[in-house]
Design a protein around this ligand. Structure first.
Ligand code: SAM
Ligand code: SF4
Length: 356
């Protein structure tokens, strides 16, 4: 049997997007709607056969701490598999006692999306947030983690946009000061900062911070941002020989699944291959559809054409729309269009802004 054919028990990691509800309105948030939710049958029934075998379950929103189904999903998964470990990205505002305990006892990863190094910039970007409250929740989580034996990784993240570009180095300092082990930089390709010299200066000082804290703090995503920035601005990338970390060989096509709030099944959130629709099909009937077998075959040969270029594990990124990735984008658009034409068009508009 081909090693590309997989079974339910082979899946280690499941990522479930439960809906788009959120208590904040971050200025760069890529969500185009804050009401949509997953049909509970998807996670209560269709995904049920997976839970006993999973190593990791990522609960995603919107904002998971305000989505009622998040707690119910965590309870159900733990009931079926007491060894399961959870991952989450949260804005942190409501990450109080329940969430802190759940993740210290059963979590492998918590990321607080802070996006600014001080109250002013944080609250300008994470609209409706409260910097002191978020930092208190983070500090309490770190304190609870050190009081118990556990393997939880805590990180903070920052989406690079023009409004916070000047705080890259300060954010690395904040991560060190607060005591997380990782700081993650993402970027919004449709809101790149204009001033090339400013970007160069701020990247250089943040990379100095990375050097200063090496061994005690992992800094991820700065070089990926700069690689993309140089491509878009057609400037030389002086850091092209540097590596942030050695990317492990991506095993997502064989080991992971991602379900969005429509019930659309994919290998991961960064691939463009839709395995199918869980509203219409059983999970086991989608695991080995022809297009995913083709995807696995290509990935086993190091061909990343179906993966988004911004994925950190994509070691051969091809930026921009090209013949090899356009089919995936078109399929995703048609799928989203059937669910909600207005949201689908908003997503296309954002993509077009990135291509400018
Ligand atoms: C959509 S959010 C959902 C989870 C949660 N509400 C949060 O903010 O962490 C997932 C991650 O994407 C980041 N993000 C939001 N808008 C983005 C954008 N336009 N480009 C890149 N990342 C973005 C957020 O900061 C967060 O770290
Ligand atoms: S907290 Fe997350 S989901 Fe909510 S608006 Fe901000 S980025 Fe979007």
């Amino acid at each position: 049997m081909s090693k590309n054919i997989i079974k339910i028990k082979d899946i280690d990691e499941l990522h479930v997007e439960l809906g788009y509800q959120c208590n904040l309105r971050c200025i760069m948030c890529f969500q185009k709607d804050y009401t949509q939710k997953i049909d509970p049958d998807i996670w209560k029934k269709k995904l049920l056969p997976l839970y006993p075998h999973l190593k990791r379950l990522i609960i995603q929103g919107g904002e998971p701490t305000v989505i009622k189904a998040s707690k119910e999903l965590a309870d159900l998964a733990l009931q079926k598999n007491p060894d399961i470990k959870f991952g989450i990205m949260t804005n942190g505002l409501l990450f109080g006692d329940y969430w802190q305990k759940l993740f210290v006892d059963h979590g492998y990863s918590v990321n607080f999306s802070i996006n600014g190094a001080d109250k002013e910039i944080h609250e300008k970007i994470n609209v409706n947030s409260d910097f002191e409250k978020v930092m208190k929740n983070l500090e309490d989580l770190i304190a609870l983690r050190s009081a118990k034996e556990n393997s939880l990784e805590i990180s903070i993240s920052f989406v690079i946009i023009p409004e916070n570009l000047h705080q890259l180095a300060d954010f690395v300092d904040l991560a060190k000061k607060v005591g997380v082990e990782k700081v993650r930089f993402f970027f919004d390709a449709s809101r790149l900062p204009d001033g090339v010299e400013d970007v160069k200066k701020n990247i250089a000082s943040a990379l100095d911070g990375r050097k200063k804290y090496r061994g005690g703090l992992e800094v991820e995503g700065l070089l990926k941002f700069y690689e993309y920035y140089c491509f878009k601005k057609k400037i030389d990338n002086v850091y092209k020989q540097e590596k942030e970390s050695i990317p492990s060989r991506c095993v997502a096509p064989w080991k992971s699944l991602y379900v969005d709030h429509y019930g659309k099944l994919m290998s991961c959130c960064m691939s463009n291959i839709i395995l199918g629709d869980l509203n219409k099909n059983k999970l086991k009937d989608l695991l080995n559809v022809k297009k995913v077998l083709d995807f696995r075959k290509k990935m086993s040969k190091g061909d990343f054409r179906y993966c988004q270029a911004t994925c950190l594990e994509n070691i051969k990124p091809k930026y921009g729309l090209n013949i090899s990735n356009s089919r995936g984008y078109l399929e995703k658009f048609l799928y989203d269009f059937k669910q909600s034409p207005s949201v689908a068009f908003k997503k296309v508009w954002r993509k077009l802004k990135q291509l400018k």
